[in-house]
Write a protein that binds this ligand. Structure first.
Ligand code: AMP
Ligand code: ZN
Ligand code: ZN
Length: 426
């Protein structure tokens, strides 16, 4: 864990060094009439955090994503992508991006999980996702609100819950049916508000690419259509910012939560062929199946599950590979399995449906795999034009966001210096 000192963002009047203020007032006294003029603070820069769920870094090309590619050309890009945290699933990684904490430390250890006090969590359960007791740490928008600034979230996992009692000034309950353009237009409206209510930090989330790539595979015509749709919506925001003269005062950080791998038809393991329901409860399936042996069935469950199998491997939670930084959280069941790239574990009850489908796509595979690399692109007054970054861990994004906002980061798992060489000198 690292703790950063207060960043001295010159765009923030409240963090200006006092000797600078003294110099300003002295200069004013020397200029006739100046003392009667109200001091106009320079425009504060905005921070817009965009997530394109599942966007593979090598899909950022002028053909597939012209607007995102232009952002990268005018700013900074992680040329070989960004390493997601374990497990490479949507909720754990989105919440890592805004807290700088590994899933093991922030508590959203899976998309589907169980807590002995809170019960079951799944992403489609509005009551669970809105319950702050699931969400550890302090996401960026909460710190922004506590600093007396405004934040606004056009979706982000966690933004529906009053974490430490605080919600964004503006937020929306997640509605998958809201079009990409409608999401963009909401953000455009927020950024047009008068300075007193205009948010300093805004999130914008798109799920279209993730959905198309699950159903048809990455690189499919459907995935290409989704990439075009999302890129057009992002272009709508950029064009509006430019037309209003706000673009050069806006830092845009565009990320994804993970990459994507092909799951060829037929590449499934049926859970009941591995361990029976009577022996162990499968708390989650998919690419990171997790099991809680039933009382009295611990030994048989371990014998059947632990170790290497065709297409997957399982460990006790305290013996997982150290590079995953995963296994200490009480919400993680006793046995964790990892599917090999391109394989899914499903229940027998889903087998007929799956057999009727063609090639698919998935994520949740080992974050070290090149296919799981996420996207990182950033543009704005804080960033050097045309700079590139080598691969880094997604926990490093949080200290960057806090630095861009001029706020002190909370203790976190990220490296505060990853971006030093691509940021403009202050
Ligand atoms: P997965 O791809 O399985 O890791 O999870 C992605 C799912 O999470 C998609 O079905 C999204 O529609 C859904 N999702 C994304 N953001 C939210 C949110 N803020 N609240 C509820 N569901 C969400
Ligand atoms: Zn995702
Ligand atoms: Zn997904």
């Amino acid at each position: 864990m690292t703790m950063l000192g207060q960043s001295g963002d010159p765009m923030h009047p409240q963090v200006r060094p006092p000797n600078f203020l003294r110099f300003l007032s002295m200069a004013c006294l020397l200029l006739a009439g100046c003392a009667n003029q109200p001091r106009t603070p320079p425009p504060r820069s905005l921070l817009l955090l965009i997530s394109v769920d599942g966007l593979r870094t090598h899909d950022v090309t002028p053909q597939l994503l012209p607007n995102v590619s232009r952002l990268a050309a005018d700013g900074v890009r992680a040329i070989d992508g960004m390493r997601p945290s374990y497990p490479s699933l949507t909720f754990p990684n989105h919440y890592t991006l805004v807290t700088g904490l590994r899933p093991d430390h922030h508590g959203i250890i899976q998309n589907t999980m169980h807590d002995t006090v809170l019960g079951d969590f799944k992403v489609s359960d509005e009551k669970a996702v809105s319950d702050s007791r699931w969400w550890g740490g302090e996401p960026v928008w909460v710190s922004v609100e506590k600093a007396g600034l405004h934040s606004a979230t056009m979706y982000w996992p966690g933004s529906q819950a009053a974490i430490t009692g605080v919600r964004p000034s503006q937020w929306r309950p997640y509605d998958k049916s809201t079009s990409a353009n409608a999401r963009a237009d909401t953000v455009n409206a927020w950024l047009e508000e008068p300075a007193a209510t205009r948010p300093a930090f805004v999130t914008l989330y798109f799920d279209e690419v993730d959905e198309a790539e699950h159903d048809h595979g990455p690189g499919s015509p459907e995935a290409v259509d989704a990439l075009h749709e999302v890129d057009a919506a992002i272009g709508r925001v950029i064009d509006t910012l430019r037309a209003r003269g706000q673009l050069d005062h806006t830092n845009i950080v565009l990320v994804s939560d993970h990459g994507f791998a092909k799951v060829p038809k037929g590449q499934v393991v049926i859970v009941e062929d591995v361990v029976s329901k009577a022996e162990a409860k499968a708390v989650s399936l998919g690419q990171v199946p997790e099991f809680a042996p039933n009382p009295g069935f611990e030994a048989v469950s371990e014998r059947k599950l632990l170790g290497r199998h065709d297409h997957f491997e399982c460990w006790k939670k305290d013996a997982l590979p150290a590079r995953w930084h995963y296994g200490s959280n009480p919400r993680i069941p006793p046995i964790v399995c990892q599917m090999d790239e391109g394989w899914d574990m499903i229940a027998r009850s889903s087998a007929d449906k799956r057999a009727s489908e063609g090639d698919r796509g998935s994520h949740g595979f080992d974050p070290a795999l090149p296919s799981m690399r996420a996207t990182f692109v950033a543009r704005g007054p804080a960033f050097t034009r045309g700079a590139t970054l080598p691969v880094f861990d997604n926990v490093d994004v949080y200290p960057l966001l806090m630095r861009l906002l001029g706020l002190k980061p909370r203790p976190n798992d990220g490296d505060a210096h990853t971006f030093d060489r691509v940021l403009q000198p202050r």
